[in-house]
Design a binder for this molecule. Structure first.
Ligand code: ZN
Ligand code: FE
Length: 256
């Protein structure tokens, strides 16, 4: 039985910060800090002391609460080495493959350039939990602010090869809007239609659509499905590399 407790904290309009608490060691980490207030509220309610802050990338809506949380709890801040200048209060600069310990749990850093060049994802191997930041969303993916299509596709391809049962946590609640686009490029995907029915219901009830799973995303998320003949037909791209299909999808989504 797992000793890890997980709390998804909604910040601002649609940002998620995720708390992970290890009951045995008493250590607690947060992935991204869109704003300190709501995160502190959950920490106080649960009686948890924050020990680790993990930043997936340097964008303001992922690091804004860093300093306030560090000051209050003395948590150590971990983030991509490439953005050490932009991440407030950074203590530990991470590179691909670096490991972070939360009690006896091991968390792997996976470099996923594309949304930003420094973007990283965090993977709790023993529990199969992935924190993808703004790289992979449910039914979508982040915009390419710094990387090109080939780079970002390579990052998404890494993530889709994680075990099927891996639980996916993301930086934003964008699933409903992402799904509306997904339906336009792969209207015949029954798994997608079914997922959207569920997503619409959750959204109407004001409930989170996350976490998702890697298996679910591989079946429904067009950005992980460049091999789909239906998507290729929609785009009019037959015999081309996956990254080109991905790039075309990303461009269409930007204009959607
Ligand atoms: Zn971002
Ligand atoms: Fe963001």
């Amino acid at each position: 039985m797992t000793r890890l407790k997980i709390r998804q904290v909604l910040c601002h309009e649609d940002n998620y910060a995720v708390l992970l608490h290890d009951e045995k060691s008493g250590e607690t980490l947060i992935v991204d800090t869109p704003e300190a207030g709501p995160i502190m509220e959950v920490l106080e309610t649960e009686g948890w002391r924050l020990t680790h802050i993990l930043n997936t990338h340097h964008h303001h809506d992922h690091v804004e609460g860093n300093l306030a949380l560090k000051e209050k709890y003395g948590a150590r801040i971990h983030g991509p080495a490439l953005n050490r200048e932009q991440i407030p209060g950074l203590d530990v600069a991470l590179k691909d493959g670096d490991r972070i310990a939360l009690g006896e749990y091991r968390i792997d850093t996976i470099a996923v350039p594309g949304h930003t060049l420094g973007s990283v994802a965090f993977y709790v191997c023993d529990e199969r939990i992935l924190f993808a930041g703004d790289t992979l969303f449910s039914l979508g993916c982040g915009r390419m602010f710094e990387g090109d299509a080939e780079t970002m596709w390579h990052s998404l391809d890494l993530l889709r090869h994680l075990p099927d049962e891996t639980r996916l946590y993301c930086g934003h609640e964008y699933t409903l809007a992402n799904g509306e686009f997904a339906l336009t490029v792969e209207p015949g995907n029954a798994a997608l239609a079914e997922r959207m029915e569920q997503v619409r219901k959750l959204a109407a009830e004001g409930k989170p659509t996350l976490p998702s799973t890697i298996a679910q995303e591989k079946a429904t998320n067009p950005f992980l499905r460049p091999e789909s003949m239906e998507i290729r037909k929609t785009l009019g791209m037959k015999a081309v590399e996956n990254w080109r299909v991905f790039g075309e999808l990303r461009q269409r989504k930007d204009q959607f």
